[in-house]
Ligand binder design. Structure first.
Ligand SMILES: [Ca+2]
Ligand SMILES: [Ca+2]
Ligand SMILES: [Ca+2]
Ligand SMILES: [Ca+2]
Length: 429
């Protein structure tokens, strides 16, 4: 035993002599010796280039990716290594987000942040790759098209009705008055769903879609949810998918983007009076495939909420929404807390349809400041009747000072869906 121990001492002495930890040719903080002899805990060798401070060229030096610390205790030295990211790969966890740099299109529009969590996936590579590619190839849309006039929408409705056998209607100024028999049927459907008597004029507006198209929807209109729901469901039986999407969007004050890819809410719209869009949930939520993800947080003693929705919006089909609200209050007998809509924040939203391992872009919407950002595919055939889980959104919301508090409030199981990038929150969900 003694002989062996003495032998070991000789080996240690000889290693001590042959390892020179003071030479760091490329000055990246890792001595040359370790660049040639780095072994991870799993036994895998990490081969960095001792003459290149950034082996994988991702903007992070080898020494930032693997921190080496040598502590000397007399004649002995202990080497500590901390593996922050893979120095031989620009995307250590393979999720499509780069370790060292954000991804941009056109030189300055950031479309994918730097990976904050380099060893755990934030989304999938196929999704982020599709996101970057679709923005390079198709671009991002940032402007609204002109809202159609009541007259042009009426013409669209008339074209549909001409193809309906036996459907009687009368063309009036800016609209179509539907045959009495049909109105009776529709009113019946509405009365089964809501308080029709108090809302005769509103009901007529919704039934004779074109006639009263320019009537403003007021905050005080009771039963509006039921009216919209019932009249839309009846209208579905006599209008084409395309017209239904146009009419639904018109009522909800959604406008197409200039590329015609999707319908979007506007910054200044009547929904703002409703705050938390429970009304919208009622119109679309009941029987469709919807996913919701609320983040409730406090900032400076005020309640805030960031709500995400995605799913099947009936005649508007594949859609996604993000809303930012504050001042949580219980109102009246309502079980749903009311949130006033917040001042605007810069937001973008892209939506994808997942099929197999590929992601098809539905829209890239980057309109600037919003309090509620949305996008709906409308009648585009390939995006009809989606299942919520097959829709993926990539979005960003600039939250300024409150970003930290919002991020902190995200539940553990959803942390991977959010990326804090300074005061911007990125969402991959
Ligand atoms: Ca080095
Ligand atoms: Ca590197
Ligand atoms: Ca990554
Ligand atoms: Ca990651």
């Amino acid at each position: 035993m003694a002989a062996k121990a003495a032998g070991l001492k000789d080996i240690y002495d000889s290693i001590g002599k042959s390892i020179d930890l003071s030479v760091d040719s490329d000055g990246d903080g890792i001595p040359d010796y370790y660049e040639d002899n780095l072994v991870a805990f799993n036994g895998k060798r990490i081969l960095t280039d001792k003459n290149n401070a950034d082996t994988d060229g991702d903007g992070l030096s080898d020494g930032e990716e693997v921190e080496i610390k040598v502590k000397e205790y007399g004649k002995q030295a202990v080497v500590f290594g901390k593996y922050n990211s893979n120095p031989t790969s620009g995307d250590s966890d393979g999720d499509g987000l780069n370790d060292g740099t954000a991804q941009y299109i056109g030189g300055f529009t950031e479309v994918a942040p730097k990976d904050p969590d380099k060893l755990h996936k934030n989304g999938t590579k196929a999704l982020w790759d599709a996101h970057v590619r679709s923005q390079i190839e198709d671009g991002t849309v940032s402007t609204y098209a002109k809202k159609p006039s009541a007259k042009s929408l009426t013409e669209e409705i008339i074209t549909d009705l001409k193809h309906k056998q036996g459907f009687r209607y009368q063309v009036v100024k800016n609209g179509v008055r539907i045959n009495k028999k049909h109105i009776a049927k529709i009113l019946k459907a509405i009365s089964e769903n809501g308080p029709v008597n108090k809302n005769k004029s509103l009901a007529k507006f919704l039934i004779n879609v074109g006639v009263y198209l320019d009537s403003p929807i007021k905050k005080s209109s009771k039963g509006i949810k039921e009216l919209i729901k019932a009249s839309m469901s009846v209208a579905r039986s006599y209008l084409s998918d395309n017209t239904m999407a146009d009419v639904g969007a018109y009522i909800l004050n959604f406008v197409k983007d200039t590329e015609g890819k999707a319908f979007h809410s506007q910054v200044d719209t009547w929904q703002k009076d409703f705050g938390y869009n429970s009304m919208y949930d009622t119109v679309f939520g009941a029987a469709t495939s919807m996913a919701r993800l609320p983040i409730l947080f406090q900032y400076k003693n005020t309640d805030y909420a960031l709500w995400l929705w995605k799913g099947n919006y009936l005649n508007l089909n594949s859609g996604g929404e993000i809303g930012l609200y504050k001042d949580r209050k219980k109102t009246g007998n309502s079980k749903i807390p009311h949130y006033a809509s917040i001042e605007t924040a810069k937001m973008s939203l892209s939506l994808y349809k997942e099929s197999g391992s590929t992601f098809q872009n539905i829209y890239n919407w980057d309109p600037g400041v919003q309090w509620w950002i949305t996008g709906f595919s409308g009648a585009r055939k390939e995006f009809k009747n989606p299942i919520a889980s097959s829709l993926k959104m990539i979005a960003h919301v600039y939250l300024d000072d409150m970003c930290k508090d919002c991020y902190k409030a995200i539940g553990k199981s959803y942390k991977k869906n959010f990326i804090k990038d300074g005061n911007t929150l990125w969402i991959v969900w």
